[in-house]
Design a protein around this ligand. Sequence first.
Ligand code: NAD
Length: 288
Amino acid sequence: MAAQIIDGRAIAADLRRELGPRVAALAARGIRPCLAVVLVGDDPASRVYVRNKVRACAATGVDSRDTVLPAQIGEHELLSTIAGLNRDPTVHGVLVQLPLPPHLDAGHVIESISPGKDVDGFHPSNMGALLAGRPGFVPCTPAGIMVMLERSGVALAGKRAVVIGRSNIVGKPMALLLLQRDATVTICHSKTRDLPALTREADILVAAIGRPRAVGAAMVKPGACVIDVGINRLDDGSLAGDVDTAAVKDVAGWITPVPGGVGPMTVAMLIASCVRAAELAAASEASD
Ligand code: NAD
């Protein structure tokens, strides 16, 4: 039987609709959530991501402010731009689009964002909160995947979950979130031996590798839930995920498409984080 397709676009649209009353409640207090996006250089893929984020903000009643800086900008100047956004009370979320040009230290830059405005959840204090199971901003891609799993009725407690990829923005936080929901989690990476033997044990398989169609049908347990995080641009200009969807959909129980799966969820979660940042800022102002 063919897998159930998890429609990320539809779930993301529901999420954005559900944010409506919260945005209206803030508006009643004279607050409009605002996301500041800093883009360094003119990487075409980054420009597309930023454009998608700005559009989705507008559709949800969230303001966005774009700052485009030249690729050669020095670290000091970039950090002082971020410091200005940190200080600005009308800005609730600050996001620096990655990757940065190689002369800039992404770690320094991320650490310079105020943790209360770090809607991407990449600041070490938010990462630490996630590790410790404390409240904080959670990276949007894995947070969105957790919502997809919940809304698709995929059971997690006691299940075997395998995450391929150990990046700070997807693989590691994904594994922590699955662990929080009582899955038994294995993280695989480029040095993992006999990857297919491990992935075939997975009830939930998350592929965040960055290699087109790397996960084939022989790597998937029948009935598993397969989450495809990959966004790979092929030579012909089309997009492919990390999963060979055409083959895997005949084996899996659930599968996310590319495009239209994890990508739209990431953007919806970013907006949700920005609304939450505005709510937290308003609450802390009210208690001052
Ligand atoms: P990354 O390059 O930082 O990490 C890739 C991971 O894959 C590494 O941990 C590496 O060890 C592992 N890996 C590489 N080759 C492997 C192999 N042969 N076997 C097993 N593991 C291997 O990438 P990332 O930032 O985590 O992103 C991964 C993919 O997800 C990319 O395609 C990226 O474009 C995509 N992505 C999508 C979204 C979204 O919203 N849909 C968000 C972030 C990233």
